[in-house]
Structures are given as structure tokens and as C-alpha cells.
Design a protein around this ligand. Structure first.
Ligand code: GCU
Length: 342
């Protein structure tokens, strides 16, 4: 309950900030963005806390971009879902109400099914594999630009979500049968609903900020996420059994209004891209450190981390590829991604 009140207060704070700090409340004037005689304020939505690696990497990115453009550009980061859930902020970018956001790949798959390829168990074998694919411009360009025309959204790159695992409230699980009858939260994605069903549980899609209360009140028996989210969202308090299913290497995207990116001068866009590239490197380095810290913190608070029958889960998940990769384009992208690691 307290968490929701904080979130509501956050929205008020966010709107207050927006009103006082933005030169143009009705949205940016794209004809003058980045001009010498003004400050262009950009709103960036994030659903993580200020201690999460994504916030830290974004904060450094924003400071460096501001410095290198002599203060002409200011990126204001709004963490903790202050500007809305991920599903909402995708719409806000599309309508021009905000300019940038970090969203999970599952949100984009609802706009273009080709994104499913990158959100699927088995696609990435490791974080390194994932990050090298995301940086492969030739491979990613068609999918990163695919939403520009219809949705005015362009994808700039990505942050890893690390490896996702199932955590439970009532006790540890080791095999798919142990999940029978348990309600596990998933992101808002048909493919992830199916993923959890194949793994043996029943799936409940819900936005990130609702998960803690839903587990605490008994509406859910658990969720699936990485170690960093597990502790920064304090899910370890309500679901102390972390089962290392490692079923997915997840991916977040940096998305931006396509018309804003287009309106930037070539020089500013080049600085932006260089600093964003540094942010991806920072984030990946931080991720390893923060994952270890998250495990230590959760263990100190009483959570247990245990291994599962990984093969049994892999076998259970085997049909997902055939069920969800249905077009030639999806299959080609999947194969290209596999080749990229060889
Ligand atoms: C991770 C990911 C978020 C996503 C969240 C979720 O934390 O980084 O972008 O929203 O998982 O499960 O909803």
C-alpha cells in the first residue's frame, strides 16, 4: 500500500517538476531543440530505483551529455515509475508527452512481433552475446527503426536485464512439476505467459510496480526476474526462495521520440550516441558487481538461492521457439543472432 502511495506522490512531483523546469509544457518545440540560447529539457522515464544499475548508468550518461553540450541539453531522469508504468510510457513517447524511456523488450513486442525474437528463452547464451548483438548496427537497424513511422519511436540500444529466474513465496522448487498450481507474475507478453505455462506454473501478467503487493497479499505465489530487481524491489522480503531457473537473458531498450532524434543537430546526435555507447559499457560492468551485491544482500536478509533441474526446464521450454517464431524474418533474425556468437 505504502508503495502505491509513494508512486502516486511521485507522479505529482514529476508533473510539478515538468511544469517548472520545462521550457515548453505542451511538448518540445522541435524547431529550436538544442539551440544556443536555451536549455532543452528531455524527460526520461525509468521504472527502477535510484540504486539500480540502469539509473546509475543513465545518470552518468545524462551528466556527460549535458557537460559536452555546454548545458544546452538536460536529460531529467524520473525513476520509480514516476511517469507511469512501462506500458503507459511507451504511449506517452508515441504521443510526444515525454521524450525517452527504458522499457523491457516485452513492451515493444506488443508493437512489433519481431521483437519477440530478442525476448525469447534460448536466444542469448550470455550477457556478452546479447550486448554484442545489440551493438551490431547492421543486424539491429531494421528492427530498431521499425516503429519510427507508425509510433514515432526509435530504439537507441539496450541494457541487459541479466538472467531471469523464478522466485517463490512458499518454498523452493526444483522441477516443472513443483510449479503446478502456483501463480507466477510475468511481464505483459503473450510469449512470456506461454513461457511460464510451459515451465509448469500459471502466469499472471502485471506491471512491475504491482508485484510486491500482489505477492505479499497472496494474489501471486511468486514472480520471475533477475537478482538486482529481486532486491531493489524488495521482492526477497515476500518471496524468499530464489530458484536458479536461468530461463532467459532479458533485454531492456532505450527508446526515444523518433522526431526528436531527427531534430537534433548532427554534432549533438554524435555526442549523444558516443555517450550512450559509454553508458551501455558502464551498465554491463556495473551489472556484474550489482548482481553479486544483490545476492549477498538478499542472503543476509534470509533469502535462499538454490539450483534446479535445468535440463527439465529446458526440455519443457523447447516448444516455444516453434510456437512463436512464425515468419521467415523472425527465423532469420534468430539464426543471425546465433551465428553472431560463433
Ligand atoms: C527487469 C527489467 C525491467 C522490467 C522488469 C519487469 O527489472 O529491467 O525493464 O520492467 O524486469 O519484470 O517488469
Amino acid at each position: 500500500m505504502i508503495r502505491r502511495i509513494f508512486a502516486a506522490a511521485g507522479v505529482t512531483v514529476a508533473l510539478g517538476l515538468t511544469m517548472s523546469s520545462c521550457a515548453n509544457l505542451g511538448g518540445l518545440n522541435l524547431e529550436t531543440v538544442g539551440n544556443e540560447d536555451q536549455v532543452t529539457y528531455v524527460k526520461l522515464a525509468l521504472n527502477q530505483t535510484e540504486t539500480h544499475p540502469s539509473y546509475i548508468a543513465l545518470d552518468n550518461f545524462s551528466q556527460r551529455f549535458e557537460e559536452r553540450t555546454d548545458g544546452r541539453w538536460v536529460i531529467d531522469i524520473f525513476p520509480n515509475e514516476q511517469l507511469g508504468s512501462q506500458q503507459e510510457v511507451v504511449q506517452f513517447i508515441s504521443s510526444g508527452a515525454i521524450e525517452m524511456a527504458i522499457v523491457s523488450g516485452t513492451q515493444l513486442e506488443n508493437l512489433n512481433k519481431d521483437f519477440q525474437v530478442l525476448n525469447m528463452p534460448t536466444t542469448f547464451s550470455s550477457i556478452d552475446h546479447q550486448m554484442s548483438v545489440i551493438r551490431d548496427q547492421d543486424l539491429m537497424e531494421p528492427i530498431f527503426t521499425s516503429l519510427e513511422e507508425r509510433d514515432n519511436i526509435t530504439v537507441i540500444g539496450g541494457f541487459t536485464q541479466g538472467t531471469r529466474n523464478i522466485y517463490t513465496k512458499g518454498g523452493a522448487i526444483t522441477k516443472p512439476e513443483d510449479l503446478a498450481g502456483l501463480k507466477i507474475r510475468v511481464q505483459e507478453s503473450d510469449m512470456h505467459i506461454r513461457m511460464i505455462e510451459l515451465m509448469g506454473a500459471s502466469a499472471t501478467p502485471l506491471s512491475y510496480g504491482e508485484v510486491y503487493t500482489a505477492i505479499q497479499s497472496g494474489v501471486l505465489d511468486g514472480a520471475e526476474n533477475n537478482e538486482v530487481s529481486y532486491t531493489t524491489q524488495q521482492h526477497n522480503e515476500v518471496a524468499p526462495f530464489f530458484n536458479r531457473t536461468e530461463h532467459l537473458v532479458g533485454l531492456d531498450y532505450m527508446i526515444m521520440r523518433a522526431d526528436l532524434r531527427e531534430a537534433m543537430s548532427d554534432e549533438d546526435r554524435a555526442i549523444f550516441d558516443e555517450e550512450w555507447d559509454n553508458a551501455m559499457t558502464d551498465h554491463t560492468e556495473l551489472w556484474a558487481v550489482e548482481t553479486d551485491r544483490a545476492i549477498a544482500e538478499a542472503e543476509a536478509d534470509g533469502a535462499t538461492f538454490s539450483d534446479v533441474d535445468r535440463e527439465a526446464f529446458e526440455e519443457a521450454l523447447a516448444p516455444i521457439r516453434e510456437e512463436f517464431l512464425t515468419t521467415d524474418l523472425q527465423n532469420k533474425l534468430y539464426d543471425d543472432i546465433q551465428e553472431a556468437q560463433e
